[in-house]
Write a protein that binds this ligand. Structure first.
Ligand SMILES: Cc1cc2nc3c(=O)[nH]c(=O)nc-3n(C[C@H](O)[C@H](O)[C@H](O)COP(=O)(O)OP(=O)(O)OC[C@H]3O[C@@H](n4cnc5c(N)ncnc54)[C@H](O)[C@@H]3O)c2cc1C
Length: 376
């Protein structure tokens, strides 16, 4: 995005990437269909030490700007959950669109190129690369985060930032599955592959999205979202059947089906296996007619606040994003330029701006790239 924007301004642009193919993250994103933006993306959808930093760039390059391109290129797309736009066919469509625009803008792309060193020289920067020495007036660092090292992720962008005096805020995996303590894993791993609607929360942050049991722990949109807010040692709170007024529903079940068990009735709203595991775990057996109001009230409390203490995350191996990164304190929110080094820019995920799940991370990548591309 940055290269294209600068190219259309008549700048001579060279993109260096050590990967053998461009846009690998785009290709693997959104399950191969790239959730390329979120129509309702606002600064509230981003985590950063400075939550105001992203406002300017997001305002000047909105989801509708990107969508306008997508439509102009005739790419079919659909809205999965409200606001989340995915390619109808393949993430390749987005990559091809960007490569076509890059071509039209006269951008040169040099793949399989590793960068040994970056130095300042009189009028800009000098890079020692595997394809020789390259000099440039402006240097834009768009090396992304640490997630999925097998796809070419590296800490190189952080090292360049440090070399030129920037602070790096501690990095950790975000939008990542959570792993469970052995006792919880033993209890829940039989549910591997089962999903449930839920509200998942940590402290005051909550997401109403589904969760998925896996053979390692918990995943699914609700868990990925909350993982970005979870810190080791924290509990997460899970409310199952979030659309039901649970206490009234339990009382209604008791009245309408007094001879049925709670497990039988829960199986109507949850998967049968999940209902069974919950009832065995909590010792909820016997006919509903034997449950007092107080017991139903206690069961309601337990189902609306299942407390789980994860023992970690699956880490960068499977994380969609990296939290933290180049501190925004020393970057211009209008241009992404370093306030310490003229002509040095940081955009995208390498910066300490991380979006919620749902297309926000690409929106940040497009918006910050556009901001820098207009001035480099
Ligand atoms: C599995 C998965 C699914 C995702 N799905 C979505 C989604 O659907 N929607 C969404 O909004 N976000 C999604 N994301 C997040 C999104 O992909 C990233 O936030 C986004 O790609 C960041 O863009 P970027 O340009 O900053 O970095 P990247 O896209 O990571 O690009 C960085 C580039 O820098 C190159 N590079 C790194 N180090 C070096 C080096 N030392 N030398 C030379 N080149 C280097 C890499 O090869 C890479 O091409 C997903 C992420 C993952 C991992």
């Amino acid at each position: 995005m940055c290269a294209i924007t600068a190219g259309y301004r008549g700048r001579s642009v060279l993109v260096l990437d050590h990967a053998n193919k461009p846009g690998k993250k785009i290709l693997m994103s959104g399950g191969g269909r790239c959730n390329f933006t979120h129509l309702n993306s606002t600064p509230a959808n981003f985590l950063s030490e400075n939550p105001h930093f992203c406002i300017s760039a997001l305002k000047r390059y909105t989801p509708h700007h990107f969508l306008e391109w997508v439509e102009r290129h005739g790419i079919e797309y659909f809205e999965k959950t409200p606001g989340q736009l995915f390619c109808q066919h393949s993430a390749k469509d987005i990559l091809n669109m960007l490569l076509t625009e890059a071509d039209w803008a006269g951008v040169e792309i040099s793949l399989n190129t590793s960068i040994e060193s970056v130095d300042r020289h009189q009028t800009g920067y000098e890079l020692n690369t595997s394809s020789g020495i390259i000099q440039c007036e402006s240097l834009v660092v768009a090396t992304g985060g640490l997630s999925i090292p097998t796809m070419g992720a590296s800490p190189f962008g952080y090292r360049i930032a440090e070399q030129f005096g920037h602070q790096i805020l501690p990095t950790r995996a975000g939008l990542v599955p959570l792993t469970l303590q052995p006792v919880d894993l033993e209890r829940f791993s039989v549910l591997s592959g089962i999903a449930a609607d839920a509200i998942v929360s940590v402290d005051n942050t909550r997401f109403k999205e589904s969760i998925l049991f896996t053979h390692r722990g918990l995943s699914g949109p609700g868990i990925l979202q909350i993982s970005s807010f979870w810190e080791p040692g924290n509990d997460i709170h899970v409310q199952l059947m979030p659309d039901l007024d649970l206490e009234s529903t339990l009382k209604q079940w008791r009245q309408e089906a007094p001879n049925k068990t709670l497990e039988q009735m829960l199986s109507q709203s949850l998967s049968k296996r999940l209902a069974q595991v919950l009832c065995e775990w909590k010792g909820w057996s016997g006919k509903l007619q034997n449950y007092s109001n107080q017991r139903l009230s206690e069961i309601t409390s337990e189902l609306t606040d299942i407390i789980i203490k994860p023992n970690g995350t699956e880490g960068y191996r499977t994380a969609e994003v990296t939290l933290g990164g180049v501190d925004t304190k020393e970057l211009s929110s209008k241009t992404m330029m370093s306030s310490l080094q003229e002509g040095l820019y940081f955009i995208g995920e390498v910066v300490d701006v991380t979006g919620h799940l749902g297309g926000h991370n690409f929106q940040w990548a497009w918006a910050s790239g556009f901001a820098a591309g207009n001035v480099v």
